[in-house]
Design a protein. Structure first.
Length: 88
């Protein structure tokens, strides 16, 4: 991917990269900016999911009994679907 910057902006950017001294090129600096932006998006998504989880109600312990109930529910659902498909 290539893009161009107006000369004045390019000059400012080059000067900043030189001043920082932590990057070997302006391209390296821009790649780092993009990485950080994508990382901020990922963190925001995780934060939103955590908030959603907190707002979903009190926690429910997931133990062997919980799994047995889920498997029983799934088996019941499968049996009901099988009955419906035989009727059709």
């Amino acid at each position: 991917m290539n893009f161009s910057l107006p000369p004045a902006l390019r000059k400012q950017l080059d000067q900043k990269v030189q001043r920082l001294g932590a990057y070997s090129s302006t391209s390296e600096y821009l790649r780092e900016l993009v990485r950080r932006d994508l990382q901020r998006d990922a963190i925001a998504q995780v934060d939103a999911l955590l908030s959603e989880g907190e707002a979903s109600g009190p926690p429910e312990p997931i133990d062997e009994h919980w799994w047995k109930e889920r498997y029983a529910d799934l088996a019941k659902h499968r049996r009901e679907r099988a009955k419906k498909s035989k009727r059709a």
